[in-house]
Design a protein around this ligand. Structure first.
Ligand SMILES: Cc1ncc(COP(=O)(O)O)c(C=O)c1O
Length: 378
């Protein structure tokens, strides 16, 4: 079976640098907030083009920490796309605010600005919740439609928390993912475009006061003095070892990103016109290609998955169930038919192996397996 994401290959290519970085931290004994963490934060902020980066324990915490710092909570509505990973809305509900689910643009899979405005107006009309924030997601690596969403956020006085967990490296109108909002969160989960060797995440912002609150909140709300706590927070630091690994990986990230572009272009030229839908990237944007996701007929998707598996090609379904239909959110009144573009996407999407080291030969195996399955079952 081909690997879906070949993490072992990446380690082999970077082994001397990674081993050195890990051993250096092991020998230094600065395991918590060692110098590599600050070094990484500075390098990431520069790459993304923002003033501040605060590294933390994972992408979910990177979403939570700005909400905590803004004191988002009960009685407030936070608008989230219905087609994304669970964390995007989980963090809102854990703050006891209410996630309000919004439909997606069926071409980009990003939050649909028209649906967003409709939902904001509906919340205002109902008058029970105060619209407070929106969490647009750079799904599959494609930065969301920043200008359209920012116009709406400005109009209704919402803060934007960009979920750039999958978007790190992507570009929107010359700006990097991670700089498209008052704050942004990314994840260094191993399969992400920039992944570490465990869990990790980071918050980006131009707002230095916000960054200071988040720095305090990631260490139990500590103030200037040790063991003096000025707010409630969490334990959410990025391990020094992970920071050292990420510094080594960041050095080759631009090269990997361009390899991803080449692989996506090869997929497109082999599949365009032969599968019901391949990713389309709007002008002025660049995807980080966290995933290469096509659509297949919903009725035969499972058989296509099995047929490809039998040919040694793994696939993934990101995501089979929309957030408004998740059992845990049943009390919010979501039901099938409410957000048709998101629901159709969840029934049709199929993600193909995608990583910077996918050889032309292996990519041909993926393409042949998909086309053969579609011809037989599609
Ligand atoms: C869109 C999105 N948001 C948030 C997260 C959460 O990141 P983590 O797994 O690092 O907590 C992920 C990653 O899985 C994600 O894909």
């Amino acid at each position: 079976m081909l690997p879906f994401i070949d993490l072992k290959k990446q380690y082999e290519l970077l082994k001397p640098e990674i081993d050195k970085a890990i051993l250096q931290v092991a020998g230094s004994a600065h395991y918590i907030l060692g110098p590599e963490v600050a070094k990484l934060e500075a390098a990431l902020a520069e790459y993304v083009g923002v003033r501040e980066c605060v590294a933390c324990a994972n992408g979910t915490d990177a979403l939570t920490l700005p909400l905590l710092a803004w004191d988002v909570g009960p009685g407030e509505a936070v608008f989230c796309p219905a087609f994304t990973f669970f964390s995007t809305a989980e963090v809102v509900a854990l703050r006891r605010a209410v996630p309000v689910f919004v439909d997606i643009n069926p071409v980009t899979y990003n939050i649909d600005p028209a649906s967003l405005e409709e939902k904001i107006l509906a919340v205002r009309k109902e008058g029970k919740l105060r619209p407070r924030a929106v969490v647009p997601v750079d799904l599959f690596g494609l930065p969301y439609d920043y200008e359209a969403v920012a116009r709406i956020a400005d109009r209704y006085n919402l803060v934007i928390l960009e979920d750039a967990a999958q978007g790190f490296g992507g570009v929107y109108g010359g700006k990097r993912a991670g700089s498209l909002g008052q704050a942004a969160a990314t994840s260094f989960f191993p399969s992400k475009p920039l992944g570490c060797y465990g869990d990790g995440g980071a918050v980006f912002t131009d707002d230095s006061e916000l960054a200071d609150v988040i720095r305090s909140a990631r260490v139990h709300g500590t103030g200037d003095r040790r063991y003096e706590h000025i707010r409630l927070g969490q334990n959410s630091r990025l391990d020094t070892i992970q920071a050292a690994i990420l510094l080594a990986k960041l050095a080759v990230f631009p090269e990997e990103l361009s390899q991803r572009q080449e692989i996506a272009a090869r997929y497109e030229s082999a599949l365009l016109g032969s599968v019901p839908s391949v990713p389309a990237i709007p002008g002025g944007r660049m995807s980080a290609w966290a995933q290469y996701t096509v659509r297949v007929p919903a009725a035969s998707r499972q058989q296509i998955v099995e047929s490809m598996k039998a040919s040694g090609v793994p696939t993934m379904i990101y995501y089979p169930k929309c957030l408004h239909l998740q059992p845990v959110f049943a009390s919010l009144g979501g039901c099938p038919g409410q957000l048709p573009a998101a629901e159709q996407a969840s029934a049709e999407v199929l993600s193909l192996p995608m990583h910077p080291w996918l050889s032309e030969e292996d990519q041909k195996l993926v393409v042949d397996a998909l086309l053969e399955a579609l011809e037989r079952l599609g």
